[in-house]
Design a protein around this ligand. Sequence first.
Ligand code: AMP
Ligand code: MG
Length: 346
Amino acid sequence: MNSKKRIVSAAMGIAIAAVMIFVFDEGKKEQPVYRVEQGKVFGTYYTIRYEAASDLKDSLSAAFAEFDASLSMFNPRSTLSAINANRDTTTDAFFESMFAEAERVWRLSGGAFDISVAPMVNYWGFGTRARESRAATTEAQIDSLRAFVGFEKIQLVNHRIVKSDPRVMLDAGAVAKGQACDVVAAMLARNGCTNYLVEIGGEIVCRGVNAKGEKWHIGITKPVEGTSQHQSLQEVLAVSDLKMATSGNYRNFYYDKGERRSHTIDPRTGRPVVHSLLSATVVSSSCMRADALATACMVLGAEEALDLIRRANEEDKAQGSETACYLIIAQGDTLNVATSPNWTIN
Ligand code: AMP
Ligand code: MG
């Protein structure tokens, strides 16, 4: 072999090796694997499992940042904070879809669900303000809050919120986690994922199958007071396509001079709700809607909650989807379950 031929065959050898490495590398890249992202966001924890060829950490961070810039009450520069502080601001797409769903559930629930409840949430120590003792609450104090609570006092006009009273403030805490699940699920779907489970602070969107090729297993927590660690489960569902949210009064509450205060406030009475409904799990057409409806159920109590879900389901059925609920009710020391007739999961 003369030196020219040797160079040519060496070059060909290198080229073939390069092609093989490239093919091998491409093969590796195209092989989707199940991935897990976990962390803290919006003051709660998230776990996201998804099957993808490459990790979507950056897209996830971007989605969280965009969502935070819209609806976080703890981010002073968010759209929501600007509206609450009466700073002139235009509303973004996340805010507007939240507002539209909040209005639907406000109407459906006869005002039990109301994002303008923020001043009352603050008053009872569940908002951004520090908690104060409220045992001596008078009707006059509650009435003074009622003057600027009520969804009818706000309107969305040309991408701006118009308030009939500047003291009106909004709290998206009852919808935001569910909506964030929808946003992350949409991001995963945009990136071609068909198998995923998104869980943010207990709200869930899942699709497809888990790493074992089975349906996803989702627990409904037993509503027992205490730490959120070592939760025992009331029920485990095996599902492959679901948007679900749970509200409960067994975790976020405190006692004030013997009176139990839960974080669900009835805007009609101005007070934290007191009844035997311990938790409400709702599945619906979106996780945002499920989240709002679950909170509304907690305001209404078991009986009226079943009626609300029936009405919500009628709306959804017209759109080709469904709403159903699973309620856990205290009766003495026992936990009873009541479901809507169309709760057929598990
Ligand atoms: P969730 O855990 O989804 O039931 O949401 C509870 C949070 O929703 C509370 O911590 C408050 O910030 C807010 N909230 C309380 N009462 C209401 C209500 N009646 N309507 C809308 N949001 C509420
Ligand atoms: Mg909710």
